[in-house]
Design a protein around this ligand. Structure first.
Ligand code: DON
Length: 303
């Protein structure tokens, strides 16, 4: 592990932390950490694995699961599609171009905002806490919270997400009663949920076992919904780098703009990675290299 970490760390020089959310730009550029959690509970951690960071888009996997569990497949897929876009994660392009104007999938920003509108609750705090409780339950840590400075920093600069959300309302993906600002507050809050590599690895291990927690032998999530979530991770989890990632690494994974990656080796491992310097598609530049090195060495590709 130390060799892989030190081999991959220099790649951080070719990227930089996300700047469009000002609070994320402060992250240490050269940090790199990883936790691998195996089915028997044994853990390998290296580098900055205990550093806390915000989940950002990784939280979209869990809002999707929660929306499916609360509303069922039919209601969710009335609002989002099942296809990769090939465009940037915050793109508006296909919303106008392709009928019926629903977001292509739940992992791009437009799709995740639509999914967040399906989270039950009476107000912003109730919905935020419901998502937070779900993450705490899966990660096995009651102390997980969300970073208010990051959430507010995003809220203050989210011109693109605001446009997307109002566009969705105009297209009737969000119904007429939806208060877009409140919906976006829930979305920014869940993106700002703060975890470390161990938390991501713990949640990924549950996904690796079809929703069964192998450490307690309890079925925490419906197998069918986990199957849907992992399929989206494989086809859309690394955005418009998902095809390349599938060829080079070959496992379901989800990235976030704080530099986190959650990856799943089916039946074997849950993996959490942090490396705040991003490539131009918004994925951790050193984190992707690290996953590639480990996957090649351990023959993880599912193909
Ligand atoms: O909505 C946004 O732009 C961020 N809160 C999340 C985007 C993100 O993590 C994209 N990932 N690589």
């Amino acid at each position: 592990m130390p060799r892989w970490l030190e081999d991959c760390r220099p790649f951080a020089h070719n990227g930089s932390p996300a700047a469009y959310i000002p609070e994320l730009a402060k992250a240490p550029k050269e940090a790199l950490g990883v936790t691998l959690l195996a089915t028997d509970g044994s853990t390998i951690s290296g580098g900055d694995s205990s550093q806390m960071f915000t989940m950002q888009s990784i939280s979209k996997v869990f809002t999707l699961l929660l929306a499916l569990m609360s509303n069922g497949e039919e209601a969710v897929f009335a609002k989002v599609g099942m296809e990769p876009t090939g465009d940037d994660f915050n793109s508006m392009l296909k919303l106008e171009l392709v009928e019926p104007g629903i977001p292509f999938n739940p992992l791009i920003n437009a799709g995740a905002i639509a999914v967040t509108s399906l989270i039950p609750g009476i107000d912003v705090m109730d919905k935020t806490l419901r998502i937070l409780e779900f993450i705490r339950y899966l990660a096995g840590d009651e102390n997980i919270g969300y970073n208010i400075a990051v959430s507010s920093s995003e809220a203050a600069t989210a011109y693109r997400n605001r446009s997307l959300a109002y566009f969705l309302k105009d297209n009737d993906v969000l119904d007429a009663q939806t208060d877009v600002e409140e919906l976006l507050s829930v979305y920014f809050n869940h993106c700002a949920i703060e975890v470390n590599c161990h938390h991501l690895a713990r949640m990924a291990l549950i996904l690796a076992h079809g929703g069964l927690d192998p450490l307690t032998n309890r079925q925490l999530l419906p197998r069918r919904y986990v199957q849907i979530a992992k399929t989206f991770m494989l086809t859309c989890g690394m955005y418009n780098a998902s095809g390349e990632f599938a060829i080079k690494v070959g496992i379901p994974a989800k990235s976030g703009v704080a530099g986190g990656i959650m990856a799943v080796v089916p039946g074997q491992y849950g993996i959490g990675i942090i490396g705040p310097a991003l490539d131009r598609r918004g994925n951790s530049i050193a984190g992707v290299r690290l996953l590639e090195a480990m996957s090649v060495e351990c023959d993880w590709s599912i193909f």
